[in-house]
Design a protein around this ligand. Structure first.
Ligand SMILES: [Zn+2]
Length: 207
């Protein structure tokens, strides 16, 4: 990996640690204090080399069904199996952007008509959206053929095998003990529900 990538990964780690604090403060019910922490989040730069838009816009074949994707993400503890970078549970971005639309914009889920506004998605979210990659493209939805991938890695890999790409390897990772901030999101949501949403916040899985 080149220097640009390494710097970006450090930034992203600090940004994720900051989001963890924001959600913990929200779980205590203090939105004002959380807003102060949001203002202190480090900026995240754009990693142009690996960004070609979210993979679902590139139509590389059908995604694995949602329950299978969830199994894969939980097995890999929300870490990319190619770069080992931590990623977020998919509900966290929607929750944070509903509370902080200007500081933490996330708009991939906009309807087609609003497509230009997708460009306003925070780079941190661009790089931490959970994706599930077919290691062997069109190799089926067997769990052995599915791995958690961050959007930049999934993008970069495309329809190739990992061994076809010089700087890319499938890694056996130490379980990072990371849940994509899902438990903190549930706790925060019970104190400060997502504005404009009827989401329910069940009990977080014990672990
Ligand atoms: Zn990755």
């Amino acid at each position: 990996m080149d220097d640009v990538t390494r710097v970006a990964v450090d930034e992203l780690d600090q940004w994720l640690d900051g989001l963890q604090i924001v959600l913990a403060v929200m779980a205590s019910g203090d939105l004002e204090e959380a807003t102060r922490w949001v203002a202190k989040l480090p900026s995240v730069s754009f990693e142009k080399r690996r960004w070609r838009g979210p993979s679902w816009e590139r139509r590389e074949g059908p995604a694995a069904p949602a329950p299978i994707r969830e199994q894969v993400l939980q097995r890999d503890q929300y870490a990319c199996r190619y770069c080992t970078r931590r990623i977020l549970h998919h509900r966290v971005a929607a929750y944070l952007t509903a509370h902080f639309p200007r500081e933490l914009p996330y708009s991939f889920n906009m309807p087609e008509a609003d497509a230009p506004s997708r460009l306003h998605t925070h780079f941190g979210f661009v790089r931490t959206i959970p994706e599930v990659d077919h290691v062997v493209p069109n190799g089926g939805n067997d769990l052995n053929n599915l791995v958690t991938a961050c959007t930049p890695c999934n993008n970069y890999k495309g329809n190739r095998l990992p061994e076809e790409i010089p700087d890319m390897a499938l890694r056996v990772i130490e379980p990072p003990g990371w849940d994509g901030l899902y438990r903190l999101y549930l706790q925060a949501g019970r104190r400060l529900p997502q504005p404009g949403s009827r989401a329910t916040y069940g009990h977080a899985p014990t672990k």
